[in-house]
Ligand binder design. Sequence first.
Ligand code: HEM
Length: 185
Amino acid sequence: MSLNAKTKYSGLAMLLHWLIAVLVIVQWRISEAAEEAATREAGGAIMANHFAIGVVIFLVVALRLVWRQMSPPPPPVPGHAPWERTFAKLVHFAFYALLLVMPIAGWIALSSFGEPINVWGLFQLPALPVPQNPDLGEQIFELHGASGIALLVLAALHALAALKHTIVDKDGTLFRMLPFGTSRS
Ligand code: HEM
């Protein structure tokens, strides 16, 4: 690869990547905290934050995807095997699909209880015009929870792969997503 070939994601892509990663972890911890809350009311108040952060995640991921079109990722690390590239692409695609579908599924589920989403009093997303059906809502929430576990498992695999490439193979993969350090090109 030539000396001046791009080997890192853009600064905005890095910022959005780490923001999404933090928001996903916070979102998971909030849903766990709500389940362990002493009362239903306390759990509901905690979950209001989960719903609002879900809206934020959707908007940040949408922005990330628009920016990805304007500033495409750097070419793959040359040393990575073709199967690794394909697998990484599949995992990245699954991340974006889950990160967009999960908030929408949450909104549909809440709507089937007739509930709007209040984003910390800043603005409100009305309940979607879906039939009021709490049983269906519960089922969608179940799927939403299972998708969340899938997302966390993928995130763990993804982080382990990035660390393995960086520490064992010493190919600087992690530095493609960090503003410092060099990655092999
Ligand atoms: C919930 C947590 C995370 C999510 C949802 C996530 C998602 C993603 C996605 C979708 C991409 C592809 C970016 C693109 O091409 O548009 C990516 C790339 C990357 N992520 Fe993560 N990530 C997470 C956590 C982490 C962690 C913890 C690490 C490091 C330990 C990490 C390291 C990287 C690196 C190095 C890349 C660039 C890979 C390459 O060179 O192609 N990510 N991540």
